[in-house]
Write a protein that binds this ligand. Structure first.
Ligand code: ATP
Ligand code: MG
Length: 424
């Protein structure tokens, strides 16, 4: 056989999957506490949804989408991100009509982008994201940022940096756009062909270019923050005040422009400052998208959200040398010495499991010694050995592997005994 996992994807095997479960548990718990209810949308959507919302000139739409025609000749795309679909659903199900706005939603699931594979960059990856749609209160911007930070901190990360910026409103963007064109136009020949295309279509994208990152004109480009009008500046100040109230430290980076077209006002990224992480340090990206709901066909409903991949969170943990507190402990291993004992072992295992006591036994007819070795390898808390004499006495010695002690317990009392001692 010569099959391999497709390039840019990975199998998450036991040993690793417990970590995923733990992160998902942290996420679910925090979403419950912050009140972001889960929404599940399809893995694919009409291609046009992404073209129009993410933006025609973005890397995602131009280079990274998995687009295909179905048998009915419709163009569909595996979702490259979550916001477009959530907003589509918000409009389709008229959530704007719900009495409590903003509607606060969260999602977790696979996203697909045709990218060059490297550490922290996959073609299928899992994003956790939230969207708060229907409010332009700066306090909700701070809440969304706080939730993202809380996920990382609860997972155990310490080396984090929050970077924020404001892209302002449409007027600000227009004035800044003119300034950018003036700045880059005389030297655009020195830039990559993508940037040359971006100059007229969307010059802001040039600042986000990965090819021309080192060009000196990048550092001297007009900063959006210098173009903020009074309203946008006041909004940004209010967001910062709320972050201060929450005790969240941040750095303002006037060059932070995110790779999707729909952002305005608040944008932010959370980076890992762990030295062992390698080239990719951004763990989470998000921002405000006033106007996106209207663009997708709904009434004015300003929104904000973020997305983070679980892959990068786990890489950051690894880079910091931290491990998650996963729970894969085995409570009980039952060793059976013969066929009669095996019958009893199966019966007891069932009664243990019914009470939430995780139980394992041998399914390979191995000798007692080999079974004991398994119990050791699996790090069982307790072991009982069943043989002729145990069946006769209807009792077994419960060995506590941690303490090295043992106690004889009648079969009919085992469940009680184990339940009582498990919680201690
Ligand atoms: P980058 O600049 O690294 O390409 P991006 O701007 O494309 O990131 P977003 O679209 O903002 O990223 O996605 C939000 C988050 O999703 C990122 O911060 C990262 O955690 C994660 N992410 C994005 N692309 C990938 C990928 N190919 N593999 C794993 N995680 C990813
Ligand atoms: Mg990208």
């Amino acid at each position: 056989m010569n099959y391999k996992v497709p390039r840019g994807t990975q199998d998450i095997l036991p040993g690793q999957s417990e970590k995923w479960q733990k992160v998902e548990e942290i996420i679910r718990q925090l979403c419950q506490v912050y009140r972001y209810q889960e929404i599940r949308t399809p893995i694919f959507e009409q291609t046009e949804l992404f073209q129009r919302s993410v933006g025609d000139t973005t890397d995602i739409v131009q280079k990274e989408m998995y687009t295909f025609k179905d048998r009915g000749d419709r163009s569909l795309t595996l979702r490259p991100e979550g916001t477009a679909a959530v907003v589509r659903s918000y409009v389709e199900h008229k959530m704007f009509g719900q009495p409590d706005q903003p509607v606060k939603l969260s999602y977790i699931g696979p996203m697909f982008r045709y990218e060059r594979q490297q550490a922290g960059r996959y073609r299928q990856f899992v994003q956790f994201g939230v969207e708060a749609i229907g409010s332009k209160d700066p306090a909700i911007d701070a809440e969304v940022i706080a939730l993202a930070m809380d996920v990382y901190e609860t997972a155990g990360l310490k080396n984090l940096k929050l970077v924020i910026n404001s892209l302002g409103d449409a007027d600000v963007r227009a004035a800044h756009r003119d300034a950018l064109i003036k700045h880059f136009e005389p030297h655009i020949g020195d830039f990559c062909s993508d940037c040359q295309n971006r100059l007229e279509k969307n010059p802001l994208r040039i600042l986000d270019c990965k090819v021309d990152r080192e060009n000196p004109l990048m550092a001297t480009a007009p900063a959006l923050t210098d173009y903020l009008n009074e309203e946008s500046a006041a909004y940004f100040e209010a967001v910062k005040k709320y972050l201060d109230v929450l005790g969240i430290t941040y750095v303002v980076d006037p060059n932070l422009v995110r790779g999707l077209d729909y952002y305005n006002h608040t944008t932010f990224e959370i980076m890992s400052t762990a030295t062992d992480l390698g080239a990719i340090t951004t763990l989470c990206g998000g921002g405000r998208y006033n106007g996106l709901v209207e663009q997708i066909g709904g009434p004015e409903s300003p929104g904000i959200g973020f997305a983070m991949s679980i892959e990068r969170l786990l890489l950051a943990l690894e880079a910091e040398g931290r491990s998650l507190d996963t729970d894969n402990a085995l409570d009980m291993y039952i060793v059976a010495m013969d066929e009669q004992a095996k019958l009893k072992a199966v019966e007891l295992a069932s009664s243990f499991r019914a009470k939430g006591i995780s139980t394992e036994l041998d399914y390979a007819s191995r000798k007692v010694k080999a079974q004991m070795k398994s119990a050791d390898r699996l790090d069982a808390k307790w072991v009982i050995v069943l043989g002729e004499s145990e069946l006769e006495e209807q009792a077994a010695n419960v060995k506590n592997m941690e303490l090295g002690s043992q106690e004889k317990v009648p079969f009919h009392d085992l469940v009680n005994y184990l339940t009582k001692h498990k919680v201690q």
